[in-house]
Design a binder for this molecule. Structure first.
Ligand code: HEC
Length: 115
């Protein structure tokens, strides 16, 4: 059998889908990812942002993480987290995460969204 490019593409898509447990939004629901993401948010982001389900942001201008999905889909953050989030706000330092940490952070964000 000769693989044409279309079936190769389908095989790759199948492998990607099989590889990770994802929810409808495409975020990991793996409890280990969520735990790592929570740790990252608490250590790196909580001095400005509310990172939990009912805390207040230290900096008024910093959006509470549980509200992020109200503004845009969380997947939209994936690239920014990997390449470095740059906001218009000078208070926010530039971050750039390894892809496994991006997965973890997004998994955590997904777990706390207040839709
Ligand atoms: C020193 C304070 C500070 C820290 C630390 C910080 N942020 Fe922010 N962040 C801000 C502020 C202020 C804003 C609002 C920026 C604006 O409105 O332009 C913001 C906005 C954001 C936004 C929304 C961006 C947008 O375009 O709407 C995201 C997402 C975000 N931060 C993620 C994070 C993550 C993830 C971390 C930890 C890795 C983090 N921030 C750490 C201050 C901070």
């Amino acid at each position: 059998m000769r693989l044409n490019s279309k079936s190769a593409g389908l095989m790759i898509a199948g492998l990607l889908l099989a590889g990770t447990a994802v929810n409808a939004e495409g975020l990991s629901k793996d409890p280990r990812d969520i735990a790592i993401g929570k740790e990252l948010a608490e250590t790196q982001c909580s001095r400005c942002h509310a990172v939990g389900v009912d805390d207040e942001s230290v900096l008024d201008e910093a959006p509470a993480f549980r509200d992020l999905a109200k503004h845009y889909p969380l997947e939209a953050l994936e690239e920014s987290l990997a390449e470095g989030i740059v906001t218009a706000h000078e208070d926010m330092p530039e971050f750039s995460f390894a892809s496994k940490d991006v997965t973890a952070l997004l998994a955590y964000l997904g777990s706390i969204q207040d839709h």
